[in-house]
Ligand binder design. Structure first.
Ligand SMILES: Cc1ncc(COP(=O)(O)O)c(C=O)c1O
Length: 380
């Protein structure tokens, strides 16, 4: 039961046998990466997404950095992405010397506006990064067509998106590469954690090498080579088996986790519908072909003052609602390393008007009612 006085924004949770599996990993004496729990998690991701390969990484950030290395992104290359995203979407490419090119988002999904992307393509463009905000799929058909027309890589930043789908196919299965996060704020967690999904078979072998510090250790362990040596660039992108053991306890319960979060999401949506009808707030309205996963429930209000005042009032009542991203294009490092394509009016407006309501696995229906009552009281 949640503390009556304070409803946190989010909370790490145990869904099933996580602690038992960690004990099992310890007893079996395999604590570094790529043990039996890592294999279970990776096989699950491969089956769920229909991908040739999934590789666990220590974080979603590492999965993005591995993606940038694997795509040979280099100095002066341009990578199209939204500005309304987490810093790692950009830093992964900036670390390689590339320039993030920020394109505006759609107000209905808060995702990259696919209608603006093609005009941002230049001879230096190498990739498009589609961030599925709150688990709502970007328009992957349109983005794939643009990527193919211009010979660009398509990368999904699927940090929010495990368990969500686009046109009935799981997100993570559309890009050449997809990057997941299992940070404790996500739907499925392992404290810190992530995965790179490789959808192009010809990239699988090199992905394993880069992830293993640039060595052919994976091939060596599989008996495919008699030497274990340095063959390429790489870094330390392997997740520990302890983390994988915890993650496996969650992945086996993913349907239950998603269903629970979606119940909360739906409860918010229907209870707040009257406020939306009166034009006091806007609610997320995912397109019919995008099935979301209950990762985020957000409200858009009139302006920044209304948002800040609502946040103050909710926090004052022990409801820890929060805002979200400060747009990257206006941040100090974004100004230094990136550039904007056209104006980013929707991004700027949404960043000022958005707040996220508490949503976590153990949240009870009473807690949701309390949040709804607090939001409604602010609009009485
Ligand atoms: C959209 C997005 N991309 C990437 C990341 C990075 O994931 P991690 O925290 O696992 O490094 C996050 C984390 O919040 C995110 O929200």
């Amino acid at each position: 039961m949640t503390d009556k006085k304070n409803i946190p924004f989010g909370k790490p949770f145990i869904a099933g046998k996580e602690l038992y599996y960690i004990a099992q990993a310890v007893m079996e004496g395999h604590l570094s990466g790529d043990g039996p729990f890592s294999a279970r998690c990776e096989n699950w991701l491969e089956r769920h997404i229909g991908a040739p390969k999934a590789l666990l990484t220590p974080s979603g950030t590492d999965a993005l950095e591995l993606a940038a290395l694997l795509l040979d992104i280099g100095p002066g290359d341009e990578v199209i992405m939204p500005s309304f995203t987490f810093v790692s979407t950009a830093t992964a490419f900036v670390l390689r010397g590339a320039v993030p090119v920020f394109v505006d988002i759609r107000e209905d999904t808060l995702n990259l506006d696919e209608r603006l992307v093609e005009a941002a393509v230049t001879p230096r463009t190498r990739a498009i990064v589609a961030v599925h905000y709150g688990g709502c799929g970007c328009e992957m058909d349109a983005l794939r067509a643009i990527a193919d027309r211009h010979g660009l890589a398509l990368v999904e930043d699927a940090a929010h998106a495990l368990g969500a789908s686009y046109r009935d196919k799981p997100l993570g299965g559309f890009g050449d590469l997809a990057c997941f996060s299992f940070h404790e704020t996500k739907n499925v967690i392992s404290g810190e954690g992530g995965a790179l999904v490789v959808n192009r078979p010809e990239l699988v072998e090199r992905a394993a090498v880069i992830r293993q510090k640039g060595t052919n250790r994976q091939q060596f362990l599989a008996g495919q080579t008699d030497k274990y040596t340095w063959v390429d660039i790489g870094s330390s992108f392997v997740a520990s088996e302890i983390v994988a053991a915890f993650l496996w306890g969650q992945l086996e319960r993913v349907e239950e986790i998603t269903a629970k979060r979606m119940n909360i999401w739906r409860q918010y949506h229907s209870a707040l519908a009257p406020l939306a009808k009166r034009g006091e707030v806007s609610l997320p309205e995912p397109p019919a072909h995008c099935h979301v996963n209950g990762h985020i429930f957000y409200l858009l209000v009139r302006d920044e003052n209304a948002r800040n005042s609502l946040l103050r009032q909710l926090n004052g009542q022990g409801v820890n609602a929060v805002f979200h991203y400060v747009p990257l294009h206006s941040s100090p490092a974004g100004l230094r390393y990136g550039r904007s394509h056209g104006n980013l009016a929707v991004t700027e407006s949404v960043a000022q008007r958005l707040l996220r309501l508490p949503l976590f696995f153990d949240m009870e229906s009473d807690d949701v009612e309390r949040v709804v009552a607090a939001v409604s009281a602010c609009h009485a």
